[in-house]
Design a protein around this ligand. Structure first.
Ligand code: UDP
Ligand code: MG
Length: 171
C-alpha cells in the first residue's frame, strides 16, 4: 500500500556532542512536541564507511573529513550516537522545524540547534542532532542505519531471506 503522505518518517541521530553534553533527554523531550511516534531506536558506533555513506552529498566539500570525524565521535571522545526513526504525518517538516537551521548561529534561538549547537574554532557546525532533509534522503538514510527487523512498523517493502551464519555460542 503506498504511503498516505511522502513525508511520513525521518531518521534522527543524536550526534556525539549531544551525548557528551548529556542532552539526550532534552532533545527527545523537545521532539515529543511533534506527537510523532518513535518506531526504532538504538545506540550506534559509527564507522567511517557509515559516516561517509550518510554524508555522501558532502563528499566534495572542504569540510567533508571534519564532518565524518564529528559523526564518528573523534572530536568528543564519545564513539557513539543514538539513532531513531520518528514516524507520522509530516515527520520531516516537524522535526526539521524543531531542530532549526544547519548553522547553529543562524538557527532560531529556541530551536534545538539554536539552544545547544555551536561553531567550533575548526569551523565545524556542531549542531547536536541530525534530521533527514526530504523523503528521498529519509528512505535512503533509514535503510542505511536500520534493518527491517529493527523497525516496529513496515515503512518500506522488505523480503525474508534465509541465511546460514557462523556465530559463537556459550559452551
Ligand atoms: N556542516 C558543517 N559546515 C557546513 C555545512 C554542514 O559543519 O558548512 C555539518 C553540520 O554538522 C551539518 C552536517 O554537516 O549538520 C550535514 O550538512 P547538511 O548540509 O546535510 O545539513 P543538515 O541536513 O544537517 O541541516
Ligand atoms: Mg542533511
Amino acid at each position: 500500500m503506498p504511503n498516505k503522505s511522502a513525508d511520513q518518517a525521518t531518521l534522527i541521530v543524536i550526534k556525539p556532542d549531544g551525548l557528551k553534553k548529556s542532552l539526550t533527554g532534552n532533545i527527545l523531550t523537545r521532539l515529543s512536541e511533534t506527537k510523532l511516534e518513535i518506531v526504532a531506536a538504538k545506540m550506534v558506533r559509527v564507522s567511517r564507511e557509515l559516516a561517509a555513506e550518510h554524508y555522501r552529498h558532502l563528499q566534495d566539500k572542504p569540510f567533508f573529513e571534519d564532518v565524518l570525524r564529528y559523526l564518528m565521535g573523534e572530536f568528543h571522545d564519545r564513539y557513539k550516537v543514538m539513532a531513531l526513526i520518528y514516524w507520522g504525518e509530516n515527520a520531516i517538516t516537524k522535526c526539521r522545524s524543531l531542530a532549526g537551521a544547519t548553522n547553529p548561529e543562524e538557527a532560531d534561538s529556541v530551536s534545538i540547534r539554536g539552544s545547544y549547537g555551536r561553531i567550533t574554532t575548526r569551523g565545524v557546525y556542531e549542531n547536536v542532532v541530525h534530521v533527514s532533509a526530504n523523503p528521498e534522503d529519509a528512505q535512503r538514510e533509514i535503510k542505511l542505519w536500520f534493518n527491517p527487523d529493527e523497525v516496529i512498523v513496515d515503512l518500506y517493502p522488505s523480503k525474508k531471506v534465509v541465511e546460514t551464519v557462523e556465530k559463537r555460542e556459550w559452551v
